[in-house]
Write a protein that binds this ligand. Structure first.
Ligand code: ASP
Length: 698
């Protein structure tokens, strides 16, 4: 049944209706989540866009290497290359602050749909509708924060236009790097193996959260003390085997399973192919720039890795959509729904044009897609343009009353937003920026409509002069200079207008265009919000069932079993990979290099207690049929008793389409086996103090 096939990740409110025993889980719904008592969820956190688990009473967090990657990269230099060499803090005072990291813990939640929807009424334009919902959400957040000092409130839209939940979170702002294996372990196989099974990557790292001495949340300070979580997750060094039940808790980012076929067509025909094209080009430019200078490669490492991750996922999604005929399948479902609507005059009157109206929005987005996406990329790919846009936007938004500002510029968010920009400026590399700005302008010069945009007219008039113009913009701008940016942020809009900086001026002349796009987005959002609200309503009547909402970076539960899979006819892949496979794949050529320390321990057969009893090898990664997406990176893989047996980090290629449609048959998530984590940390790199801290005998 379609509805069931779509449901694999459940919000906490759905736990009581699940038969956990049947799923092989020995804990009750209250033991998993309970807002008035300590439950398993108190040991889970969000780490920036990923998930993590507390694994000691002193705030030690385990997450993925790729989730800590940015912190490792920011702390690396050519001379002290932590990406290549790995990092171990032998004592706590050596742990390295990660100033753009935050850890979030879910404390409580409540449904506030009625309060949010009371802000909208029928006479509103779509733009007014979006703005009204947005404003009400902010008001509710601010008032909840007043009632719950020390906590942060965030409203999440569950079903577009229908349901909203207010979450209360603890945020921790002093996060430090504790242990990272070398990238040759943590990212073994690199992009070749990314999104693939079998996998041999030790994709894990340890971080630690700190608080002020009184236990309250605080930014980095020497006097801070380790955070004391209400509970931590117990590590199970015995791991799991094929057939065992596992479950995950985490913060999956986004899925789009309740969207229409017309949305899927937009993704398939416009957004995904453009993403692949634009990202492939940017990655190759960054690779070229870094190929002869390690310091440059380090600067680009984090950005290039995340672009590569999305690029390959997008290719997986394109392939999967085609192979599994997902848009066609959804069209078929919608034909059934349309028939149901048309079969009753009252229904027909209310919902008759719903699917067509939704399709019209995506049609409009498809037509405008190329220009809009390129304009947005102009101020993403070129980092100095991104900094310039941030400054202009901040100064203009901060001149408005708090509740009317874009969210990053509200008083409660601005410190964090500027901190993120400040940290990202440390990676600025003008030569790459010049190449990317040139390329983006050249691309724009071929797109209909771009040369008519007032800020771009002069630049695009003579495409052959773009390289020269871009060179002069990048060499003359001061937008890569932190002090200059900080100074600009203090100015009023009028003062900023007279700052003489060519790239800042270019972004200022493009600002009205970006504002138009923002308003257009809000108008579409308002339209979609209303239409999807009705779609869910009628779908529920049609299928006489209820669904769970799409992922939205709030806490979810998913469960399954360690399970083999068959990616193609006559091919079966077993679900546990081992150290033997790491050795087999090792060629000595990137990304298949293995550190000597690992090779030596392997040669000596020094596996200690971390051997898989059936396979006689240290297990490296496991495969299981849960429902996960980006954001589940770092999620604990838990056994039936809720103990840690792995750390989730990926999906197989075929499962990348579960962002659009989920089915347990093809869905496979990938985690690093806890035994590999413990063997690498304790046996190979001798950080036995961490095993002791987790209560594991080395
Ligand atoms: N490797 C993935 C990511 O970081 C996790 C997933 O999407 O399953 O996006």
């Amino acid at each position: 049944m379609m509805a069931m096939a779509d449901d694999g990740m459940f919000p906490m409110s759905e736990l009581p209706r699940l038969n956990l025993r049947e799923r092989g889980i020995e804990l009750t719904a209250e033991q998993l989540f309970n807002s008035s008592e300590i439950s398993l969820v108190d040991g889970i956190c969000r780490v920036n866009g990923c998930t993590g688990s507390f694994v000691s009473s002193d705030g030690l967090i385990i997450t993925n290497h790729h989730c800590a990657f940015d912190a490792i990269q920011k702390a690396s230099t050519r001379e002290r290359d932590l990406l290549n060499e790995g990092f171990i803090a032998q004592q706590r005072q050596y742990e390295i602050p990660a100033p753009d990291y935050q850890v979030r813990i879910t404390e409580n939640y409540r449904d506030i749909s009625a309060e949010v929807l009371a802000a909208v009424h029928d006479g509103m334009t779509f733009l007014e509708r979006t703005k009204a919902i947005d404003k009400r959400r902010k008001e509710l957040e601010i008032s909840a924060e007043k009632e719950n000092p020390g906590l942060r409130a965030e409203v999440a839209e569950m079903f577009a236009g229908r349901s909203y939940v207010l979450f209360l979170y603890t945020y921790l702002k002093d996060v430090r790097l504790v242990f990272a294996p070398p990238a040759s372990v943590g990212n073994f196989g690199g992009e070749v193996d990314n999104w693939e099974w079998p996998r041999h990557t030790g994709d894990f790292s340890f971080m630690r959260a700190y608080t002020a001495p009184d236990g309250s949340s605080a930014t980095y300070s020497k006097v801070n003390i380790p955070f004391r979580p209400k509970r931590f997750i117990q590590v199970a060094p015995e791991g799991v085997d094929e057939g065992d039940a596992v479950f995950l808790l985490g913060y999956p980012g986004r899925t789009a399973r309740h969207r229409t076929a017309s949305f899927l067509q937009y993704e398939q025909n416009v957004r995904l192919p453009l993403t692949v094209d634009l990202y492939q080009w940017q990655i190759s430019e960054m690779d070229k720039a870094g190929s002869t200078d390690r310091a440059v490669a380090i600067k680009h490492a984090s950005r290039s890795k995340s672009l590569a991750n999305v690029e390959k996922r997008s290719r997986g999604q394109l392939q999967g959509m085609r192979r599994a005929k997902i848009p066609e399948y959804r069209l078929q479902q919608e034909a059934g729904l349309q028939q149901f609507i048309d079969s009753d005059p009252q229904r027909k009157q209310k919902y008759g044009t719903l699917l067509k109206d939704l399709a019209a929005v995506y049609e409009e987005m498809s037509v405008a897609g190329s220009l809009e996406i390129h304009l947005m990329q102009l101020r993403q790919a070129c980092r100095a343009a991104a900094f310039g846009f941030f400054v202009i936007d901040a100064v203009s938004e901060r001149a408005k009353p708090d509740l009317e500002r874009e969210s990053p510029f509200m008083d409660r968010n601005f410190t964090q937003s500027t901190q993120e920009i400040r940290v990202s400026m440390t990676d600025w590399h003008p030569p790459t920026d010049q190449i990317l700005l040139t390329g983006m302008l050249q691309r724009l010069s071929t797109i209909p409509g771009a040369a008519q945009i007032s800020g771009l007219q002069d630049l695009l008039k003579q495409p052959e002069r773009i390289p020269e113009a871009a060179a002069s913009l990048i060499t003359q701008t001061r937008l890569g200079d932190q002090t200059f940016v900080e100074e600009c942020l203090k100015k009023t809009p009028t003062e900023l207008a007279s700052v003489n900086d060519p790239l800042l001026q270019l972004m200022r002349s493009l600002y009205p265009e970006y504002l138009k796009l923002r308003e257009l987005d809000k108008t579409r959002e308002g339209k979609l919000n209303q239409l999807y609200g009705s779609l869910i309503e009628i779908k529920q009547q049609f299928l006489s069932t209820s669904f769970v909402p799409d992922a939205n970076a709030t806490l979810r539960f998913t469960s399954g079993h360690v399970r083999a899979y068959s990616p193609a006819d006559a091919v079966v892949r077993t679900p546990v990979s081992t150290l033997k496979g790491v050795i087999e794949k090792t060629t000595g050529v990137e990304p298949f290099v293995t550190p000597d320390a690992v090779l030596k321990k392997y040669a000596a057969g020094d596996f200690g207690r971390f051997v898989h009893p059936r396979l006689g090898q240290v297990p490296v990664a496991i495969l299981y049929d849960t429902d996960t997406t980006g954001g589940n990176s770092g999620s604990p893989v838990l056994n039936s008793r809720g103990h840690l047996v792995g750390v989730n980090f990926d999906r197989c290629f075929e499962a990348t389409i579960n962002d659009f449609a989920w089915n347990q048959d093809y869905s496979r998530s990938i985690g690093v086996d806890i035994r590999y984590v413990l063997w690498i940390t304790g046996t190979v790199y001798e950080a036995r103090h961490l095993l002791t801290e987790m209560g594991v005998t080395p």
